[in-house]
Ligand binder design. Sequence first.
Ligand code: ADP
Ligand code: MG
Ligand code: MG
Length: 871
Amino acid sequence: PKYVYDFTEGNKDLKDLLGGKGANLAEMTNLGLPVPPGFTITTDACRRFLEDGGFPEGLEEEVSGHLAALEGQMGRRLGQADDPLLVSVRSGAKFSMPGMMETVLNIGLNDQSVHGLAKQAGGNERFAWDSYRRLIQMFGKTVQGIDGELFDEALEELKNGRDDLELEAADFQRLVETYKGIVREQTGQEFPADPHDQMRMAVKAVFESWNAPRAILYRRQERIPADLGTAVNVCSMVFGNCGMDSGTGVAFTRDPGSGHQGVYGDYLQNAQGEDVVAGIRNTMPLQELERIDKPVYDELMKIMETLENHYRDLCDIEFTVERGKLWMLQTRVGKRTAGAAFRIAVQLVDQGLIDLDEAVTRVNGAQLAQLMFPRFADDAKSACVTKGMNASPGAAVGKAVFSSERAVELAAKGEAVILVRRETNPDDLAGMIAAQGVLTSRGGKTSHAAVVARGMGKTCVCGAEELEVSTKERRFTAPGGVVVSEGDVISIDGSSGAVYLGEVPVVPSPVVEYFEGATEQDDELVRAVHRIMSHADASRRLRVRANADNAEDAARARRFGAEGIGLCRTEHMFLGDRRQLVEDLVLATSDAEREQALAALEPLQKADFTEIFQEMAGLPVTIRLIDPPLHEFLPDYTELSVKVALAGDQAEEKDRRVLAAVKRLHEQNPMLGLRGVRLGLVIPGLFGMQVRAIAEAAKAVEGARAEIMIPLVGAVQELEHVKDEAQRILEEVGVEALVGTMIEVPRAALTAGQIAEAAQFFSFGTNDLTQMTWGFSRDDVEAAFFSKYLELGVFGVSPFESLDRDGVGRLVRIAAEEGRKTRPDLKLGICGEHGGDPDSVHFCHQAGLDYVSCSPFRIPVARLEAGRAAL
Ligand code: ADP
Ligand code: MG
Ligand code: MG
């Protein structure tokens, strides 16, 4: 195989083989831009090296051949004593891994060639010795593994408070001796003087840096595959450190913060590459270069324009000026903020560089989500008391409250509150809704607080472990003895996890105001979002529905573009005042009592559904019959036991009966217990009541399109029982509605062909399906072992966050395929957290589902990603 490509042989599409840096150096070379000549050793060579522990056969000969050609072209040999060619050996993987891998500059210098270099530079001794000490420093650190501090300290000592520009040739010469001493001491050997040894060792070190612990960690975090390997670029040196007419800089072709065109970059005179990032001196704004060297500046501006037009995107670049001559050392399509991504995509459409299809693929849902959260004003300065996990982004300010009741109470008076809890549970729901944000001291990103808050689009910082939360005393203490009591104002940043004392000013998101229907669009960002969203909507095949349990959410979802409700859960409708009725239902000892309790619930349910149908008139509304185990609606077992025990003989008869019921319903493992369809089959009349309420409500509302969904079905027989009853009721009331099921038990997916006989639609409940497929208890795994699993790379992201394609996804595909075999017009959707997750949306598109359903706040994200998936 061919292991080495000259810069003239590659191009930008060869990133797999040449890495990003190598591919783009080749591309610039072919564009005729001034790139110092050189060549690239492929990632393939690296992979073989890592497998075999040595250079693959033929590689060294190939490198020698290319080096000889380079030497011929440059008219000097590597390290030649009187007129040396110097090179840099630079890592460069397919994906940029900033600061993770290694580069060594000035290879080819030794005690002889340092004089040759000085001569080349017109007798500039200072420059030559500076370059030499840099070589030993970088080589020692990256190739020989010597602690960089040792070199830094020696340099500091030498400077003795002087600026590096004040150092003279003799200083650097002395430093070279010191550095050589460090190498001798640390490795027991002399610094390698042979230029070819230097190069060989550097190439090897770059290969090996692929598997450095920090590189491994970085890849895991960024989900970069571990087996790509890095390419190595050997590039002839140009020097920014040979006087004030030289320098080095970095630049963007447009502002990565706003997307606006202009001159954005930093420049440093008389310096070599690394100095700009290392911050050894203050850099100057790139505009200054116009004053220092107008011809170079003009050429740079022209090159940046060429690059933008060629890459049709924002690029960032590294360049060096050597005595008035400009050299390009790197370019790539640059990173940018979320807002800039949207602005730039549309600017490029307007410039005619890309079309709208491409503009849609240039942005993503994560960026859109970022733009939808309110933010703390950039200039806000406040004391951060602690940091937790950034569970749900946004900026929230309010009075700290420590119970759900108090949150509701104060919110009702129009106060902004932050609900602070050790951790939240379903009882806190009302408080979470009422609060501006939620702060917990326990639990991770899949804890109750985090999941529910993300679903609601509510700011949440969770797992702020330094906080001692005392619900009883209504206060928390933070590090440094800070005490925050109920009513004290705090601010939490769900994007960073920071917790602040006092009020930090917040700016609302103009993008949300736009989705909410604000008519003014006099904002460049909003206009950009509008154009991209319109095109995404026109392009997508997947429909997007909302998970909404009440009229308010339904209305917001519709404003955000929902095309129906994919999941309306009914369990919240049994909380609050209605608990009493549920209690009556559970305690009923006769049919008559039970029917009475159901009869009391029915009109309330009908009213719930009526409101939702009104908001969604004309669009389908999938209502899931009650799912969780009944004991969730009853008092806590321990609390009630204590109460009854304390009351002794005085205990109320009612309490005793409830306690007995709670005890009877108690389950070791309620998630796998009496819930969903099982409940419907065991408690006569419960599902019937709900179906009747849905039917009556649908009949009452013009344009209502009800879909009745049965949860937790594992066998077609379960569904048949419920379905027969449902259809009888629908006929009695005289309305039509689809009856279908959730697919959330693995058995349901595996027997989908049978289940589709009885189901008119499937909705994949991928939260439960993930839980049951992996055998993970969602409420427990996070704290117990997920961080370990992420660290070990069992998965790169929690399967509750992003749908596990290989396992859960396989079940979805099986069910979709076999279900449709039975019933070709079977409607297929997905509900649950995954419906708003970008990667999962792409999966749903590929698996041929009809729609995704997600929380109202995620709808724009799902619309955008569905558009991207289709393009
Ligand atoms: P990184 O990926 O960390 O940016 P690079 O390989 O780009 O590493 O090199 C580090 C620094 O050295 C950069 O500032 C780069 O511009 C500079 N550099 C690399 N090769 C050369 C060269 N041949 N001549 C001059 N400067 C170089
Ligand atoms: Mg670089
Ligand atoms: Mg479920």
